[in-house]
Write a protein that binds this ligand. Sequence first.
Ligand code: SF4
Length: 227
Amino acid sequence: MIVDVEATRSIRQAEVGSTRTMLDRVKARFDLHPERLIADTVYGTGPMLGWLVDRKIAPHIPVFDKSGRSDGTWTRADFEWDAENDQYICSEGHTLKQFRRNYSDPNRGPSGKGTARYRALKEVCQACPSKARCCPNAEARKITREEHEDAQQVARDLAKTKQYDISMKLRKKVEMLFAHLKRILGLGRLRLRGPCGANDEFLVAATAQNLRKLAKIFPAPQQTRKA
Ligand code: SF4
């Protein structure tokens, strides 16, 4: 069943923002709190995943990750994350750190916000036998870590579960409903103007979709003919 509708312009940030609006609204209106959210990669950004994980909603969403490399060199996933010591460890067993000294001023230390940069020591990388596969064009290897990397890792771990496979099949079913809205209920083109007009049309279409579903779940009783 469709429990909420929010019309947005077709830009990624607006669409992702509307998801937060709808999740907050169904919680306030119907006290509905989903265990998981199933969506496509557009919704798999760090801030969105962090927002979901903070609210204990399991993100069954492919991670929107741009850390991959096209030149065949090692990616961030090839480095081990050591959360306790706030560092990465490379395959040669060396550490990549944000800071290599203790600052007396806490404002100069790790903030946990934004993008953190971890660096290996130049002299270590220069003498490393794996340098060609790790950082052939740099003096030393650097890795960036997004603020919401922990939440991204939660999503990556969930993507290996059986429940995630089921979720992806369910997502296809929802997309078929969207296709039905477009092709059969004529939502491919809006007739009313402006965001309010779009919202009204979406609401009516969602109501029609729900009525169709209800009619399937509770078919009308057969009328018996009088002799
Ligand atoms: S080049 Fe540096 S970071 Fe990369 S594997 Fe060698 S020592 Fe580790």
